[in-house]
Ligand binder design. Structure first.
Ligand SMILES: [Zn+2]
Length: 198
């Protein structure tokens, strides 16, 4: 039996010739896209926190993320944790997960919470109670805008023993730093996982 599948991103045909590839190997991207994405865990520090990210910030990654986030191609969520979900689960199974919040306007426009859709596959308990003071759509790159983002979150939830904060891309870090600031004193231990780092 030969069934045709298509790469979720470039639409190229993927032939699955063997029983193995048909039933077990079920990557939603073609081999070309997968290779170019270059999955590799890299560690760095954000202030005092240990962070790691998964993908190079290359043109393919950017364009897949754009199609997913801004063109609302929801189905693409499945490609981001492919082959890394087990690693993340084994490392963070006893952590509670916190998605860096998007504005309500963005979530409404998009129709889905893009981070949650990706990371909820890990099955970690979610942290609730982090809120935004103002619905700032992050486009301002000025120092004042960044400072505003850093002070734009507050937390009204319970104490978290092990906290895992996740976001898509680490750029200026102002929203992530804002989240860390709001969570200060509310956790015992914190780690950060990002899809990529600009
Ligand atoms: Zn492809």
């Amino acid at each position: 039996m030969l069934t045709n599948y298509h790469c979720l991103y470039c639409q190229k045909k993927i032939d699955r010739y063997t029983l193995y590839s048909l039933y077990i190997e079920e990557d939603s991207l073609c081999l070309d896209c997968r290779e170019k994405l270059n999955l590799k865990v890299r560690k760095f520090q954000i202030d005092d926190c240990k962070a790691e990210y998964l993908y190079d910030y290359n043109s393919l990654f950017k364009s897949i993320l754009l199609q997913y986030k801004e063109c609302y191609d929801e189905a693409l969520y499945i490609c981001f944790l492919y082959k890394i979900d087990i690693y993340l689960y084994l490392k963070y199974w006893n952590y509670q997960i916190l998605y860096v919040p998007s504005t309500k306007t963005k979530i409404k426009e998009r129709g889905f919470n893009h981070l949650k859709l990706i990371f909820e596959q890990l099955g970690l308990k979610e942290v609730n109670g982090l809120k935004m003071k103002e619905e700032i759509i992050q486009k301002g790159k000025s120092v004042a805008d960044r400072q505003k983002m850093i002070n734009n979150y507050y937390y009204e939830g319970s104490f978290i023993k092990r906290l895992l904060i996740v976001d898509d891309v680490y750029t200026s870090g102002s929203s992530l730093k804002g989240v860390l600031k709001a969570m200060k004193g509310h956790y015992k231990k914190v780690k950060i996982v990002l899809l990529s780092r600009a």
